[in-house]
Design a protein. Sequence first.
Length: 246
Amino acid sequence: MSERILTVHDLHVSYGKVEALFGTSLSVDRGTIVSVIGPNGAGKSTLLNALMGVLPLRGRVEFCGKDMANVSIENRVAQGLCLVPETRELFAQMSVADNLALGAFTRYRRGDKGIKATLDSVYTLFPRLEQRRSQFAGSLSGGERQMLALGRALMSKPTLLMLDEPSLGLAPLIVKEILHTISDLRSTGVSILLIEQNARAALQISDYGYVLENGEIALEGPSSELATNPQVIESYLGMGGSVVEG
């Protein structure tokens, strides 16, 4: 039986008097990719920011069996929860190597001896980052910046990696490369909660999916079943061919 590492029950998130999420419940098992798809404004990014502790919430969030109420963002990172936001939030005037080092900051503080090994694995995953390790992050292409954002997150050695629109603004070939890499991360034992506007691609690489509409879960199921659901096809898969095959 799979180990459940994230359980979200009856999550409510508001911006002032405007409620953005209504009773959202979902879960992620260890070593799986779970996608959340839906239209713009559905509350997808709000969900990830609430789970990371950036936004206040009502409801229950359990991560690796621990209640996350009143746990700071820094401690969530230390416990293995990591968010790569849509904006990527790199330090443009710092080198690629220094951005990656910052990703391991909490590990440095506790004297973790495995940081060099993690850096080597990130460079193996993203050879272009090693080639550009002395360059400023601000000089990288869009695809390289997304690679750096993913690499920096992996430096924290996350148990659950939350990705907010990793394909946003990238050329189709780069999207294919990034999504292949995300799919490959499953084999390392990292679990992934993926928010993605590209529903077809998200369902191709994920194990289980949720459809979020107007702040509520409208549908859920194995990704292969959602990909053949007429309602999902009509609303989200009506155009375009395969993104990540090949």
